[in-house]
Design a protein around this ligand. Structure first.
Ligand code: HEC
Length: 104
C-alpha cells in the first residue's frame, strides 16, 4: 500500500491548518463570552477586570479542562453557576479560551 503515506501527507496538509484556525476562532469566541457574561466583573485577565474572584491570567497552567468546566457550570462558594446561562457552544469556547491562558 504505497498510497497510504501519500494520502496521509495530503490529509495532514489539508486538515491541520484548518483545525488550528478553528481552535483559534474558538478561543476568540471564548474571550468574547468571558467579556460579555459578567466573568470580568469578578475576574481579572491580563490587566483588566475585577478582584472578587481569583486572577485567571494563568489558569490554564493550574486547572484541567474538566475542572474549569465544572467551576463554570456549578459555580463555587462565592461564584454563581453558569450552567443554565451559557449554551454549549459558548461554554466550550469559554473553557478552551481559559485553558489556553498561561500568563504569557
Ligand atoms: C460574583 C463574582 C464572580 C463571577 C461573576 C464569576 N466568578 Fe469565577 N470565581 C469567583 C470566586 C469568588 C471564585 C473563587 C472560588 C469560589 O468561590 O468558587 C471563582 C473561581 C473561578 C475559577 C477557578 C479559579 C481557581 O483558581 O481555581 C474559574 C475558572 C472561574 N471562577 C471562572 C469564571 C468564569 C469563566 C466566569 C464567567 C462565566 C466567572 N468565573 C464568573 C467569583 C466570580
Amino acid at each position: 500500500m504505497k498510497l497510504a503515506p501519500a494520502l496521509l501527507a495530503v490529509f495532514l496538509l489539508v486538515v491541520s491548518p484548518v483545525s488550528r484556525a478553528s481552535s483559534r476562532s474558538k478561543r476568540t469566541h471564548g474571550e468574547q463570552v468571558f467579556n460579555t457574561s459578567g466573568c470580568r466583573q469578578c475576574h481579572t485577565i491580563g490587566n483588566s477586570g475585577g478582584t472578587r474572584g481569583p486572577n485567571l491570567s494563568a489558569i490554564g497552567k493550574t486547572l484541567t479542562v474538566a475542572a474549569i468546566r465544572k467551576q463554570i457550570v456549578y459555580g463555587g462558594k462565592s461564584m454563581p453557576p453558569f450552567g443554565t446561562i451559557l449554551d454549549k457552544s459558548d461554554l466550550d469556547a469559554l473553557v478552551a479560551y481559559l485553558r489556553s491562558l498561561d500568563g504569557k
